[in-house]
Design a protein around this ligand. Structure first.
Ligand SMILES: Cc1ncc(C[n+]2csc(CCOP(=O)(O)OP(=O)(O)O)c2C)c(N)n1
Ligand SMILES: [Mg+2]
Length: 438
């Protein structure tokens, strides 16, 4: 069943236009007029002439399921940290729609560069949530293969991944994998694979970063390099209103999406709590990148509903009323309301997804606790590509120190991915859908 389409269906006729609906959101002075929105906080589908989106009932259900399961992964991770099972966790609470919408817009061949909060994008790229927990438990340095998932490792150095992503995008362009490439093969606008002109099979890159990151020089450099090289990249900024305790007013005198104009490429502001708008806008920007039209900046206007990380206490620097206002714009509730109201799903489906989330949560808790500790000497691995005398000396000294305890403590087992891990339930395979284009 097709729900409400981008065509001129009767359902669409009933949809209000974007400005009328956006007026109800009014997230900040001046924001409402520019905000691209396809689903209101009340769950009403609205029409936007630039972003017609045809979503089937099955696709809508899939997006809802993603949102709920990703939130459950996040809730469990916060709980595990509180129980001492993780060293730290950076919660995505409130940002699920921005991440699932943009993540599901990616094609399998596209490459994503996250910061440290992109658990929802990781889900869409087929990275197991357990791999994310490994990192925050301190038992691995990253855990997943970026090439396999087309999802780079998490980056803590604010904004630096935008430069990595721009360089990668320039490489994609020079390999002739995108329309409008600068190598000799692509003078006709086609990449080496011959279909760059229409964007099919061509590769694009997406870089995720926050509002605070826009104050880093790296981000301005990335914008400029991407622009002058016409690189096939989408800059996806989740403006969650806070950079730890610094509010957005301390980052920029103009809205983030307007910053790209000075560098010579388009910028858009989308309702970051609207999964449909994030999907439609990101899909279009990726298509433009694949076709050789260069970069786009997307500002996903959203809110960090939790603490910056589990070491932070946001009650010290922001008022409760702000959080309460944003709760009314919850990214999951509006999809649920629309699913039920439009008949795209029945109450039984909502219950099924909740049960699936419970199962996923149980598995994640058990599997996290069962993770073997890494061998202590493994921290010396992967520091340098080859032997390094100072480091080798430190490793030998530490090994001798550990040996001095040989009588009282058995050496910990070498980590083994498969051993001692609880069996993965079918629901945990959900993320295996990653990379699939919606
Ligand atoms: C280069 C650099 N400077 C400072 C920090 C410390 N730091 C960690 S997170 C953060 C705030 C980032 O805010 P934002 O870009 O809005 O992302 P968010 O955490 O809100 O997702 C800062 C300043 C860092 N990690 N790297
Ligand atoms: Mg922020």
């Amino acid at each position: 069943m097709s729900v409400e389409t981008g065509g001129s269906s009767a359902a669409e006729e009933l949809m209000p236009t974007a400005p009328a609906a956006a007026a109800g959101l009014a997230p900040a002075a001046g924001a409402a007029e520019e905000l691209i929105q396809l689903l209101t906080p009340e769950g009403q589908r609205i029409r936007h002439s630039d972003y017609p989106l045809d979503v089937s009932a099955r696709e809508l259900q899939g997006l809802y399921r993603d949102l709920v399961l990703v939130r459950r992964v996040d809730t469990e991770a916060v709980g595990l940290q509180r129980q001492g099972e993780l060293g730290l966790w950076a919660s995505l609470l409130g940002q699920e729609a921005a991440q699932v919408g943009s993540g599901r817009a990616l094609s399998p061949q596209d490459m994503a560069f996250p910061s440290y909060r992109e658990h929802g994008v990781a889900w869409c790229r087929g990275v197991s949530p357990l791999k994310l927990l490994e990192l925050f438990r301190g038992v691995s340095n990253g855990g997943w293969d970026p090439a396999e998932h087309k999802f780079h490792l998490y980056t803590i150095v604010i904004g630096s991944q935008t430069l990595h992503a721009t360089g990668y995008a320039m490489g994609v362009q020079r390999d002739g994998l995108t329309g409008g490439s600068t190598n000799g093969d692509s003078a006709n606008g086609d990449g080496a694979n011959g279909d760059g002109a229409n964007g099919n099979g061509s590769e694009a890159v997406i870089a995720y970063f926050g509002d605070g990151a826009t104050s880093q020089g790296d981000v301005s450099e990335a914008f400029n390099w991407a622009a002058v090289n016409n690189a096939p990249i989408v800059f996806f900024c989740q403006n969650n209103q806070w950079a730890i305790s610094e509010p957005f007013e301390r980052q920029s005198r103009v809205p983030i999406y307007q910053r790209s104009r000075g560098f010579g490429f388009p910028g858009l502001r989308v309702d970051g709590n609207d999964v449909l708008a994030c999907l439609a806008v990101t899909r279009q920007a990726l298509k433009a990148a694949r076709e050789g039209q260069g970069p786009t900046l997307i500002e996903a206007f959203t809110y960090r509903m939790g603490a910056h990380t589990t070491t932070d206490d946001p009650t010290r620097y922001r008022v409760a009323a702000e959080l309460e206002a944003w709760k009314l714009r919850d990214p999951i509730e509006r999809v649920k309301a629309y699913l039920l109201r439009s008949g795209a799903a029945e109450a039984g489906f909502i219950d099924e997804v909740d049960a699936e989330a419970d199962q996923l949560g149980r598995w994640l808790r058990d599997a996290c606790r069962a993770m073997p500790d890494p061998a202590p000497l493994s921290m010396f691995e992967h520091v340098y590509a080859g032997p390094q005398p100072i480091l080798d000396g430190e490793r030998d000294a530490y090994a001798a120190y550990l040996d001095s305890f040989a009588d009282t403590a058995a050496p910990p087992p070498e980590p083994d991915d498969d051993e001692a891990q609880p069996a993965q339930p079918a629901v945990a395979q959900a993320f295996a859908r990653g990379g699939e284009e919606l």
